[in-house]
Design a protein around this ligand. Structure first.
Ligand SMILES: C[S@@+](CC[C@H](N)C(=O)[O-])C[C@H]1O[C@@H](n2cnc3c(N)ncnc32)[C@H](O)[C@@H]1O
Length: 215
């Protein structure tokens, strides 16, 4: 099915005019439940008087829904959005220009396997709907562990294998992961206090949010 294959490619890496203006909006509208669960689990204070101390990295921000929510939180001192789609990077640089000019945000066009920041740069790292596309999940998680501070939190939010299969995505290059496999990888990579939350939204889309702390 050419349309389904086109959509799968656009989900992996939005590109061209369609990716920039249509896919970005579809992502922002379609993934609200997963992104809201992630922002809630990031546990960034909404208290206006709080001191801003958090340094957050979001990998694969797509249309930027979650990045916008992160930047609204007074607890956030500095944020980085990293995505390997030049179109998503352009869009975010336009949409969040004021935060970039204020020195609160950097947008990087890069891949998760090579994050252009020093060790221990971030207090929290999150990524939603991306791990299916990473060519080497263990290598990518090791890179995330490198740039996270000790005791920092990693959040991985992704659809269940059953949902991906039901939607036909596993036939179109999406690598599905069950919770235990991801948890096991994290255990081998210097993470502790690994926990998983599972939710279903109104479309009966099942997704999982894994939280882990760097040792
Ligand atoms: C399905 S979209 C999800 C976007 C957003 N997180 C959401 O939930 O709406 C996947 C995003 O991850 C990005 N991406 C996929 N693989 C990546 C990689 N290896 N490194 C950096 N970004 C990646 C894509 O360019 C795309 O913007």
């Amino acid at each position: 099915m050419p349309i389904a294959n086109f959509l799968a490619r656009q989900l992996r890496k939005p590109s061209g005019w369609w990716g920039k203006f249509i896919m970005s909006r579809l992502l922002n509208a379609g993934n609200i439940a997963m992104n809201e669960l992630t922002v809630q689990q990031l546990a960034l204070s909404t208290e206006p008087a709080i001191e801003a101390t958090e340094k957050i990295l979001e990998v694969g921000f797509g249309g930027g829904y979650l990045l916008g929510k992160i930047l609204d939180r007074p607890a956030v001192k500095f944020a980085v959005g990293l995505d390997f789609s030049p179109e998503m990077v352009d869009l975010a640089r336009q949409r969040f220009r004021s935060f970039i000019e204020a020195g609160k945000l950097e947008i990087q066009c890069a891949s998760v396997e090579n994050i252009p920041y020093a060790d221990a740069s971030f207090t929290k790292i999150c990524t939603v709907n991306t791990i299916y596309f990473w060519t080497d999940l263990k290598k990518a998680l090791a890179e995330l562990e490198r740039v996270l501070i000790r005791e920092g939190t990693l959040l991985l939010c992704f659809n269940s294998p059953a949902f991906l299969e039901q939607q036909g995505f596993t036939k179109r290059g999406f690598q599905a992961y069950d919770v235990d496999r991801v948890k096991h990888l994290l255990e081998t990579l210097n993470f502790k206090n690994i926990a998983a939350i599972s939710q279903k939204d109104t479309l009966r889309e099942e997704f999982i949010c894994i939280l882990a702390q760097k040792q």
